[in-house]
Design a binder for this molecule. Sequence first.
Ligand SMILES: [Zn+2]
Ligand SMILES: [Zn+2]
Length: 100
Amino acid sequence: MGKNIYVPQLSKNLEELKIRIKDVINAVTSDMISNLSNSDTKQLRFFCPNNCGKSYKIKRSVGRHLKFKCGVEPTFECWICHKRFALKESMKKHVVQKHN
Ligand SMILES: [Zn+2]
Ligand SMILES: [Zn+2]
């Protein structure tokens, strides 16, 4: 008698448990997937170690940024107005745009 009452309850609980486990697994997996894709997009960007807020998709660009832009004294001077630029290209651009 007791068995007849308890067995269906147990199997019902098992089914519920199975469904819950499935839900948990689904939730965890989707969480993991979204976390993974998040960290993937984060990993795709390389941040300036000086915390200036600049980030680049290519690691090389961070090196370039550090070498030529971040905390670097502008070394290229416009020979006309003596304005200084961190990049030679910027200086050239300035000359072409302002002193043309
Ligand atoms: Zn920087
Ligand atoms: Zn100039």
